[in-house]
Ligand binder design. Structure first.
Ligand SMILES: Cc1ncc(COP(=O)(O)O)c(C=O)c1O
Length: 392
């Protein structure tokens, strides 16, 4: 073993860390914003960001928003009240909160595919009712959903398809970037994402009516062509400083995604020698952003639960996160108001076993190796929870 695991807390490895462009490269644009005095309200940088995202993901219309949560809330607000939205429970909390914030929309949770962790088309089809208006897919950790299957179900039942693409700016299916599928895709630009503006988001769509619907909602609900308000609205504006960051970060998107895929390949190869671990599948021909790199721990084979491994890694200064555990249908607000009619066995199993390992573009190869060796050592019982080598 090449590392001394004792004392590594002084050299911690974070779960994530934004890799920002050199400040010097952005100074001119920051000066322009400061000199103009225009910090927000759909300024020139927000407009340029929308144009660059449109070009990057191949969608005709892009609307910048304050964050993905508000983007999702507004997209879903275009649905008829009194209807149901089908979505996975294995996702980050805001996916479901965005549904619940809309008066009259009911979230209906669907199980996930055992390999990709994305919404399971078979369970989805079973859960469509005469009240369903939309499917809200999530490209979990950057792995694209089974778009064809979702489109087929939507066509058969006259549903809309939206995507929570918070993790997937830079993901692809073949030659097609994630961003132009379904009626709209909602990206997050928050601090943990591959394009990390601090806070921010963008909605991509080819649907002119939806585009107009978003413009009529994101400025507090003021209509774009009048002083009237005909819709629910909120403050959905991105700031100019966030937009500057976004523009500079988008330029390097391909390189960022490539580096993350390199790290993921190193993790997969190094961890394949450890018994009791499974990895998320990326369908052939698809590219994931690896917004998160996750492992699934089979406690019997690995010899320890997910929580045991997590504590062992924490003692070695390695930060991890149990994304997504507990799943949303088990959280109090949703359990009480939107109880599931049937269990979600795959969601429950994956949630109980999942762990995200450190993943950021500036991670060094030796940091990746240290994480791999630490997982192996904790699993083998060579390291106890205090980060000390076990005797013998
Ligand atoms: C799957 C998913 N959806 C939505 C969001 C919300 O994004 P934002 O923080 O931009 O509101 C996140 C944030 O991490 C997320 O992971």
């Amino acid at each position: 073993m090449s590392h001394d695991y004792r004392g590594t807390q002084s050299d911690p490895i974070p779960l994530t860390r934004p890799s920002l462009p050199p400040l010097d490269e952005m100074l001119e644009d920051f000066h322009t914003v400061f000199d103009s005095g225009r910090l927000t309200n759909f300024g020139p940088y927000a407009t340029r960001l929308e144009a660059l995202v449109s070009q990057t993901v191949g969608a005709r219309r892009v609307v910048s928003v304050a964050n993905a949560t508000t983007g999702l809330m507004m997209v879903l607000n275009t649905l008829p009240p009194g209807t149901e939205v089908l979505l996975p429970s294995f996702t980050f909390l805001p996916t479901a909160q965005a549904v619940a914030w809309n008066p009259g929309l009911t979230p209906v949770f669907v199980d996930i595919d055992r390999n990709t962790y994305n919404i399971d088309p078979d369970d989805l089809r079973r859960k469509v009712s005469s009240n369903t208006s939309a499917i809200l897919g999530v490209h979990v950790f950057g792995v694209p959903c089974d778009i064809d299957a979702l489109d087929r179900i939507a066509r058969d039942h006259g549903l809309r398809v939206f995507f929570d693409s918070a993790h997937a700016l830079g993901s692809r299916i073949g030659e097609d970037a994630i961003g132009a599928f379904g009626t709209a895709e909602v990206f997050s630009l928050s601090a943990t994402k591959v394009v990390a503006c601090g806070e921010g988001g963008v909605v991509a769509t080819n649907d002119d009516t939806l585009h107009r619907g978003l413009l009529n909602r994101r400025n507090y609900g003021f209509s774009i062509d009048a002083t009237d308000s005909a819709n629910l609205g909120l403050n959905g504006k991105i700031t100019e400083l966030s937009a500057v960051l976004g523009l500079h970060l988008l330029g390097g998107l391909q390189d960022r995604v490539s580096r993350r895929n390199q790290i993921a390949a190193a993790y997969r190869s190094g961890l394949s020698r450890v018994r009791g671990l499974r990895f998320q599948s990326v369908p052939d021909g698809s590219v994931s952003t690896y917004k998160d790199f996750t492992i699934e721990i089979d406690p019997k084979e690995f010899g320890m639960t997910r929580d045991g491994l997590r504590a062992g890694l924490a003692a070695l200064g390695i930060e991890t996160a149990p994304y997504f555990s507990p799943p949303i249908h088990r959280m109090t607000y949703f359990r009480e108001r939107f109880p599931v009619a049937e269990p979600l066995p795959t969601t429950d199993q994956v949630s109980g076993r999942i762990l995200s390992l450190p993943m950021f573009e500036d991670m060094t190869d030796s940091q990746v190796e240290r994480v791999i060796e630490s997982v192996e050592a904790v699993g083998a019982g060579a390291i106890n929870r205090l980060g000390k080598r076990s005797a013998g």
